[in-house]
Structures are given as structure tokens and as C-alpha cells.
Design a binder for this molecule. Structure first.
Ligand SMILES: Cc1cc2nc3c(=O)[nH]c(=O)nc-3n(C[C@H](O)[C@H](O)[C@H](O)COP(=O)(O)OP(=O)(O)OC[C@H]3O[C@@H](n4cnc5c(N)ncnc54)[C@H](O)[C@@H]3O)c2cc1C
Length: 415
């Protein structure tokens, strides 16, 4: 994030996050990567003690009433140490707690958000199912009413933090005959009888964060644990996709920042043919591309974050911008880490430097929280809608009519 845009308070938050990043033990990062740790409880407790969880939420729920920019700053600093840790930091206290703050009862906020903000509990988000993640409406996990409760049956997969979760935010079909938008409900399910988690995936990267399969076998959930009312899960989903996707953009771009610095230092010191390799344009230009992509992605993230924060920008436009930021930042991060590995030569491919781990870790960012193909679909849909409703009606000069033969309507054939 750009230091000259930050207020003194924001610089203070960044400093707190940097101090926390320094606290994170190297062994924890290596043990998570080696999957000796399956869920780092100690890390969340420390983040909670330092007041770095759920920072946007009201103080009465354990937050600090900070801004979205502040949250992004913390995310980038943590991700600079470990992408996996920033994912855990974001899912529980950034996404699920956000849904409870916005759609839960006062009782739920006290019961769920307060312990999450202290780092004493963790909540996983359960959207993806074995039969598919992109098709949200195709969910097959079912909930049927039984007295005052709901009985859940189904499975979710690739759930970050499943191993350590105390709560599971689950989307389930409550009205199979309703149209897609009013078929699903969002439940806060405690780890209770019938909930089973399995740590089964050999992940390429972003390891040690407890990503697993979750089974719901006749799980009884009181109706008071429904967010936003029955059959209104879609509104919760749409709301959550904002913190989820801007969070992914921040964590991807935060993760590659150290790689650019390592590449800069290495190419300044490493010599070939009697010169520092940075003096070869083939090398120095790759580093220049990294810095440009990093700045461009951060600009888009910053601008989008301001749009989210303003609460005056139309939600559809915010949705487009968030999707652009997620897609651009995650693809830029991939290009950046690839360049960084290349300019280090063979040693970049080894674990003498953390470049290879960062590369394995951030590949996930183009897949999860909505694939980049889905981001493109959203951008396309929202842009065409916006063109139709707003842009085509703007008070700008109609440049189409500045072509020499612009008035030849017979030549403007569309069908
Ligand atoms: C490590 C990890 C952690 C994760 N954490 C979580 C989590 O905590 N909670 C959670 O709910 N999920 C989580 N996910 C799931 C993730 O969000 C999904 O994997 C992702 O949304 C894609 O769903 P899918 O794997 O079922 O792929 P599919 O939906 O089957 O898609 C396969 C391919 O088809 C493309 N595709 C599908 N539909 C379209 C379309 N309409 N147009 C164009 N292309 C399309 C996709 O872009 C993709 O390239 C995680 C995944 C991983 C790997």
C-alpha cells in the first residue's frame, strides 16, 4: 500500500501489523508448510491479544471500528509472511464474523463474534461442495425443518480452517422448489453432534490452515442460528463476496511484495559476465515489470476499497470493481512471482529462498473465492448492465458521430 496515501493512524496500524508479522515464528511457517501443524491456534490467539482480528467491527463485538483500508494493510503485512496465515486471519474474523455482524441477532454477535475477535474461536465458511464450487445455486446440502430446529445433511469440501473451526457457516437448500435466489439459507453451525471434519488434501501450497472436507450428518441446528432469515442466504452470499474477494486481492499482492525485494537485492549483488545481473535489461526489466504490476494492483485495490468504504457507489459497480481487483491482483501476483523466480536462476527454484513457497501458496488465489473465470463473468455482466443503464445515457459528447461517414445508418448493420 502506498505510504504517502496513509494517515498517521493508518501508519500506526501498519506498524502494529509489522510487529505482529515479526512475532510469527519461522518454525510455525515451516511446520505449516510441512503439514506438521494442521491448524495454528496459537497464531490466532496472539492476533486476538494484539487486537488484530475483526478490526472493522464495532467495539462492543471485540472490533476496533477501523476502516477497510486498515484491514487491507494488516492483511498485506501478514500475507507477506505467510499466505496461509492471512487466509485464516481473513476467513474467520474477516468474512464469517462480518456476516454475523451484518445479518445475525445480537445474541449471535455476542456468542460468535466476540470469541472470534479474541482469537479464542474460529469460524469456517462452507460454500463449496464436491459437486462444484462455481455454481453456488447448485448446492445440494439440505436442511429440513424439525420443530423449532433444522436438520442439516450434506458435505462441503476445501474448507479453510475446517480442522480448527468451532463454527461453520453453511449454505444449505431450505426450499428446493423455489427459484435459485430464494432456495438457500445461511446457517451458523456449531461443532456439534453429526459434524465431522477430515484433513485429507495434499495441497500444493497454502498448507497448514486446516483445509478439509466437512460432513453434516443429521446435524440439529436451532433456527436462531439462521443468518438473515430462512431462504435469504443469497443476500448473505452477495454481501460476503466483497470482503472475501478484496481480501484475496490484498493477500495475493501482500504475499509477493517480499519476493520483489528479494529479487531486487539478489539481482543487485549477483554477478555474471563481470557485471551485476540487474544491469542486463532482460533481468532489470523483469523487476521493473514486477514493481509496475504491484503498484497497478495496489492502485486498483486502494481505489476499490475506497468505493466499498464510501457506501455511496452503486453495489453493482462495487461488485464489478471488486471482481476486477481480485482478478487483476491475483494474476499480477502470479506474473510477479514467476519473474522473481526467473531472475534468481536455479537457486530461486530451491528452498534456500522462500520464492518457491510463495509461488506454490499464491497459485490458489486465482482459484478460490470465486475463480478468475467467474470474476470475468461478473465483470462482463456488470459492465454491460452499467453501459445500458448509466454510461449510454451520460452527458458526454457522442464520439461515434465524429467518424466522417457516421451518418450512414444503412452501413450500421447489426443483424
Ligand atoms: C486450498 C483451497 C481452499 C479453499 N477454501 C474454501 C473455503 O474456505 N470455503 C469454500 O466454500 N470454498 C473453498 N475453496 C473452494 C474454491 O472456492 C473452489 O475450488 C472454487 O470456487 C472453484 O470451484 P470448484 O473447485 O468446484 O471448480 P468448478 O466450479 O468445477 O470449476 C472448474 C473450472 O470450470 C470453470 N467454470 C465453472 N463454471 C464456469 C462458468 N460459468 N464460466 C466459465 N468458467 C467456469 C472454473 O473457472 C474452473 O476453471 C477452497 C479451495 C481450495 C483449493
Amino acid at each position: 500500500m502506498f505510504d504517502y496515501l496513509l494517515t498517521e493512524e493508518q501508519k500506526g496500524i501498519q506498524k502494529e501489523a509489522r510487529a505482529f508479522a515479526k512475532w510469527i515464528p519461522k518454525e510455525m511457517i515451516l511446520d505449516m508448510d510441512a503439514e506438521k501443524i494442521q491448524f495454528p491456534h496459537e497464531y490466532l490467539r496472539e492476533a486476538g491479544k494484539r487486537g488484530l482480528l475483526g478490526v472493522r467491527f464495532p467495539k462492543k463485538y471485540g472490533g476496533r471500528e477501523l476502516s477497510w483500508i486498515d484491514e487491507g494493510l494488516i492483511n498485506q503485512e501478514i500475507s507477506g509472511v505467510s499466505h496461509s496465515l492471512s487466509c485464516l486471519w481473513g476467513v474467520g474474523a474477516g468474512l464469517v464474523a462480518d456476516a454475523v455482524v451484518n445479518f445475525g441477532s445480537e445474541e449471535m454477535k455476542q456468542e460468535i463474534v466476540v470469541p472470534i475477535a479474541k482469537g479464542e474461536q474460529y469460524a469456517a465458511e462452507c460454500l463449496t461442495e464436491p459437486r462444484g464450487g462455481s455454481d453456488f445455486f447448485g448446492a445440494t446440502t439440505r436442511a429440513r425443518k424439525d420443530g423449532d430446529d433444522w436438520i442439516l445433511n450434506g458435505q462441503k469440501r476445501f474448507i479453510v480452517g475446517a480442522e480448527g473451526a468451532d463454527w461453520f457457516m453453511v449454505y444449505a437448500v431450505t426450499d428446493p422448489d423455489a427459484p435459485p435466489h430464494s432456495r438457500l439459507s445461511a446457517f451458523m453451525v456449531p461443532r456439534t453432534a453429526g459434524v465431522e471434519t477430515k484433513y485429507i488434501y495434499g495441497l500444493m501450497g497454502t498448507r497448514g490452515g486446516g483445509a478439509g472436507r466437512v460432513f453434516f450428518n443429521d446435524v440439529r441446528v436451532p433456527e436462531r442460528y439462521v443468518l438473515n432469515g430462512i431462504n435469504r442466504g443469497f443476500e448473505v452470499f452477495i454481501h460476503m463476496m466483497v470482503p472475501e474477494r478484496i481480501g484475496t486481492a490484498n493477500s495475493a499482492i501482500g504475499a509477493v511484495r517480499p519476493a520483489i525485494e528479494i529479487a531486487t537485492k539478489y539481482t543487485s549483488k549477483r554477478k555474471a559476465f563481470g557485471r551485476p545481473i540487474k544491469d542486463f535489461q532482460a533481468v532489470g526489466f523483469k523487476v521493473a515489470d514486477c514493481v509496475t504490476l504491484h503498484d497497478a494492483a495496489n492502485s486498483l485495490i486502494y481505489n476499490t476499497t475506497l468505493a466499498i468504504e464510501s457506501e455511496t457507489v452503486h453495489p453493482n459497480r462495487v461488485r464489478r470493481m471488486v471482481s476486477e481487483a481480485k482478478k487483476f491482483a491475483t494474476e499480477s501476483s502470479w506474473d510477479i512471482i514467476n519473474h522473481c523466480m526467473q531472475v534468481l536462476g536455479g537457486i530461486g527454484y530451491t528452498n534456500v529462498y522462500p520464492i518457491e513457497r510463495i509461488m506454490r501458496d499464491i497459485r490458489l488465489a486465482m482459484i478460490w473465492t470465486g475463480t478468475n473465470e467467474i470474476m470475468q463473468l461478473i465483470i462482463q455482466n456488470e459492465w454491460y448492465k452499467e453501459y445500458e443503464k448509466v454510461i449510454s445515457k451520460s452527458d458526454r459528447r457522442d464520439i461515434e458521430m465524429d467518424a466522417e461517414n457516421a451518418d450512414q445508418d444503412d452501413e450500421k448493420v447489426y443483424e
